[in-house]
Design a protein around this ligand. Structure first.
Ligand SMILES: *[C@@H]1O[C@H](CO)[C@@H](O)[C@H](O)[C@H]1NC(C)=O
Ligand SMILES: *[C@@H]1O[C@H](CO)[C@@H](O)[C@H](O)[C@H]1NC(C)=O
Ligand SMILES: *[C@@H]1O[C@H](CO)[C@@H](O)[C@H](O)[C@H]1NC(C)=O
Ligand SMILES: *[C@@H]1O[C@H](CO)[C@@H](O)[C@H](O)[C@H]1NC(C)=O
Ligand SMILES: *[C@@H]1O[C@H](CO)[C@@H](O)[C@H](O)[C@H]1NC(C)=O
Ligand SMILES: *[C@@H]1O[C@H](CO)[C@@H](O)[C@H](O)[C@H]1NC(C)=O
Ligand SMILES: *[C@@H]1O[C@H](CO)[C@@H](O)[C@H](O)[C@H]1NC(C)=O
Ligand SMILES: *[C@@H]1O[C@H](CO)[C@@H](O)[C@H](O)[C@H]1NC(C)=O
Ligand SMILES: *[C@@H]1O[C@H](CO)[C@@H](O)[C@H](O)[C@H]1NC(C)=O
Ligand SMILES: *[C@@H]1O[C@H](CO)[C@@H](O)[C@H](O)[C@H]1NC(C)=O
Ligand SMILES: *[C@@H]1O[C@H](CO)[C@@H](O)[C@H](O)[C@H]1NC(C)=O
Ligand SMILES: *[C@@H]1O[C@H](CO)[C@@H](O)[C@H](O)[C@H]1NC(C)=O
Length: 665
């Protein structure tokens, strides 16, 4: 059993049970580096004359001579984050010698003269690192530690030779983590699916930063070469969660809807989530409105976002759900209630929330009685009822139960269209959004299974060569949003179509988002076009797109939660529901750890969703249900007591913690 080092985990308990960390299962799939000192692994390109360029690779520290006007592009083999150091030898042509550094996540933006972009216009300026003051190590200052890059180019732009004897990067992401000490794992017979799970986990590590070095949006001036640095303190504490590794490096609540659970199932860095949520809660208005984004961007745009407001409330629920930190949710309960009250105060005579501000994930048409916003509100009301139950707040529970029921009736009466088999974005349009329809299914805003089948098959029918489009992001070609796509994956899983969800993961997250040569092959891009171009419609500046975005990491939690089926129903897994839907996979081994201990599952299946062997282990003192596909026969046997519980329609209820295995009849 391994436990995460959490400040609120009493040191005494940890000293008794943490012990020596066991080997992390399947650690060979982890993209995070073993050491915080990282080296390039291959040469992408050499321009001009560089003697012995390969001496810069793998920490070999060979003697490498850059002639005048030469440049090399180094490939780290994956996206990384950090502070570059150059070891300079004794032969440098002048005191004024400079090495120019440029960074890019995608190979598409390699240049000796500029980086990819963090601002809205142009590209980012190179860093010039003076190296003419004698042999030794020269390090870029901390505020220029680049948040995300796979390629680093070094250019000698001077008139004589410069000798380097090494290049290394100090990895700055996930500052409080032991980088490879994952608490969760997922492995199956499908290598592409395995890589997707680990790339999602790693993307969230890249988006976990030291809060003193936030905010890359420092320059909004329309000049071709943008100045860039990261030095704004965006939260308290020692780590926080930002939207993207390269940019915006800001706390955005929407992104956490996806990244929060994926973190819970992989690294369990719940402290980063807590620090981020607290930075948003500080900005709540007296009317209850929560911010669209954290500081300092908050003061620049200060937009009202009906959806991101709700995402902070979901984040609060998730933090409590995965940690069981009741003191925390109690401390912030009045703010949660105030937040729900703000949303309810925007429900008008139709029974639906009337959205009066367009700010969302940069989709179009976020206004009026919008289905996405109302589905999220329905979801939040139900989470609120659950929390109110924990905190014995009967008045809130009663109000939110009734409010949710009313909202459901109104949404189905006004926004459901039997002829389309979809909800429309609002009652004035026939556009059926990916985000709102998917959210309606995952939130159970639907009244019947005819609707859920129509929605999920309708969404499936829209897929193109590179993934699932989001028509609510009005653009030609259509936009592929791995954020809204994460909602769609969950919708397919909620209705039990694991094969469809796995197919979408392979098509979009695997074949394209990992394996396309313009990607980092290790982290997930923020958005792109349905024609496969790396143009994300909300931005005019293509180099700006982020290749490590927390909101694109949905598959990580979804594979663990729905495909392996490890669901925590009570706080931190005090109660649980093990309900695998394996799709076409034939082997699955997965687990996670919370403060209560480890959860692990092993499954073999026939490739058609029928489970042939199954075992699950949960922490002592917990309890829960096992729900296998309804045709599964036999019984579950407890390893500890020998007790046998027959499966009834695949289900065995109220099992105690410990190891249980399927014995077929
Ligand atoms: C080139 O680099 C290698 C290390 O990769 C080193 O062993 C060798 O000495 C270097 N050669 C020269 C000529 O400096
Ligand atoms: C090369 O230099 C780096 C950075 O100083 C160091 O970590 C690494 O151990 C060195 N490699 C060798 C082979 O000495
Ligand atoms: C090397 O040259 C190619 C072709 O001119 C150019 O596209 C590339 O940006 C150059 N790379 C560097 C690091 O200067
Ligand atoms: C290279 O030198 C030229 C001329 O001095 C200068 O304009 C340019 O900004 C320098 N930097 C890079 C990265 O090429
Ligand atoms: C951040 O860096 C910029 C540029 O060096 C500087 O002007 C600014 O004062 C710094 N801000 C903080 C909060 O350190
Ligand atoms: C840190 O916490 C203090 C006390 O709540 C608060 O005033 C301050 O704004 C916080 N800083 C950030 C960056 O959230
Ligand atoms: C309804 O939705 C469409 C499509 O998103 C949008 O263009 C329009 O502005 C919305 N209308 C209202 C009244 O919100
Ligand atoms: C819930 O409480 C609000 C006041 O906070 C009130 O306006 C609303 O009518 C109540 N809703 C229901 C369904 O009880
Ligand atoms: C989903 O909604 C339907 C229709 O209102 C209801 O019968 C069902 O119990 C709900 N499911 C869950 C899991 O709440
Ligand atoms: C399912 O619910 C929708 C929305 O209330 C309704 O229009 C539809 O007729 C229902 N379908 C069935 C088969 O009950
Ligand atoms: C991505 O990495 C995998 C190993 O993780 C490798 O097999 C594959 O060739 C790489 N794909 C690309 C396009 O670099
Ligand atoms: C799953 O399989 C692994 C490897 O055989 C084994 O070490 C582990 O104990 C198993 N766990 C469960 C819950 O069966």
């Amino acid at each position: 059993m391994r436990f995460p080092a959490q400040p609120w985990l009493p040191a005494l308990v940890c000293s008794l049970i943490c012990g020596k960390a066991l080997a992390v299962p399947y650690s060979e799939y982890i993209y995070a580096p073993a050491s915080r000192t990282v080296f390039p692994v291959s040469i992408y390109q050499v321009n001009g004359t560089i003697n012995n360029a390969t001496g810069l690779l793998n920490g070999e520290n060979g003697t490498v001579t850059f002639s005048a006007s030469s440049a090399v592009t180094l490939d780290f083999g994956k996206n990384i984050a950090g502070q570059v150091s150059l070891a300079v030898g004794s032969s440098v042509y002048s005191d004024d010698a400079v090495i120019w550094l440029t960074f890019t996540e995608s190979s598409e933006w390699i240049s000796g003269d500029s980086c990819d972009a963090t601002a809205s216009y142009g590209v980012d300026a190179p860093i010039n690192l003076p190296v003419g003051h004698g042999a030794g190590t020269y390090t870029v200052d901390r505020q220029h530690a680049r948040g995300g890059f796979r390629y680093l180019s070094l250019k000698n732009n001077g008139t004589g030779d410069i000798e380097l004897t090494g290049v290394s990067v100090y990895f700055t992401a996930a500052p409080t983590q032991e980088l490879q000490e994952y608490t969760g794992y997922f492995h199956s017979n499908d290598e592409l699916v395995n890589r997707i799970w680990y790339a999602g986990a790693y993307t969230n590590q890249l988006c976990d930063i030291d809060p003193h070095y936030g905010d890359a949006l420092v320059s909004q001036v329309d000049v071709p070469l943008q100045d860039w640095y990261y030095n704004y303190t965006i939260t308290n504490g020692s780590s926080c969660l930002v939207d993207g590794a390269k940019r915006d490096t800001l706390v955005w609540p929407g992104d956490m809807f996806i990244s929060g659970p994926s973190i819970a199932y992989s690294t369990y860095d719940m402290d980063a989530i807590k620090n981020s949520l607290e930075s948003l809660l500080l900005l709540q208005t007296s009317a209850g409105l929560l911010p669209y984004v954290g500081v300092p961007f908050f003061t620049i745009i200060n937009a009202v976002s009906f959806t991101y407001h709700l995402h902070t409330l979901i984040g609060m629920y998730n933090y409590y759900h995965y940690t069981g930190d009741e003191a925390w949710i109690t401390q912030y309960w009045d703010q949660f209630k105030l937040g729900v009250g703000w949303s309810l105060s925007n429900i008008d005579g139709t029974g639906l929330m009337d959205v009066t501000s367009s700010a969302d994930w940069l989709r179009s048409g976020m206004n009026g009685h919008n289905i996405e916003a109302n589905a999220i509100l329905y979801y939040v009301l139900n989470l609120g009822v659950e929390l109110a139950g924990v905190l014995n707040d009967d008045a809130s529970s009663t109000n939110w139960t009734a409010s949710a029921a009313n909202l459901k009736v109104a949404a189905n009466a006004l926004l459901w269209r039997d002829d389309l088999g979809f909800y429309v974005d609002n009652e004035t349009t026939s556009m059926a959004p990916q985000d709102g329809n998917s959210f309606a299914v995952l939130a159970n805003l639907t009244m019947n299974s005819t609707q859920t089948k129509a929605i999920t098959s309708g969404l499936r029918a829209r897929w193109g060569q590179y993934g699932a489009p989001a028509p609510e992001c009005a653009s030609t070609p259509a936009t592929v949003s791995p954020f809204a796509g994460g909602f769609e994956l969950e919708a397919h899983l909620v209705v039990g179509d694991a094969t469809v969800a796995l197919d979408l993961m392979r098509l979009q997250w695997g074949d394209f988002m990992l394996d396309d040569p313009r990607m980092t092959n290790s982290s997930f891009i923020e958005g792109y076009s349905a024609d496969g171009s790396l143009h994300y419609a909300p931005y005019s500046d293509d180099p700006r797109v982020s290749h490590a975005h927390g909101w694109s990491t949905g598959p990580t939690s979804l594979l663990s939660r729905y495909v392996a089926g490890i669901q925590l129903s009570g706080p931190a897994g005090q109660t649980w529901k093990i309900a695998p839907t394996v799709g076409d996979l034939t082997t699955i081994s997965s687990g996670l750890a919370t403060i209560l201990g480890s959860f692990a599952i092993n499954i073999t299946a026939d490739g058609n969703g029928v489970i042939t062997s199954f075992s699950v282990e949960t922490p002592a003192g917990t309890s829960g249900d096992v729900i296998l596909p309804s045709g599964t026969t036999g019984s579950l046997t407890s390893d500890a007591s020998g007790q046998t519980v027959p499966l009834v329609y695949g289900t065995a209820e109220n099992l105690s913690g410990g190891l249980w295995s399927l014995v077929s009849s």
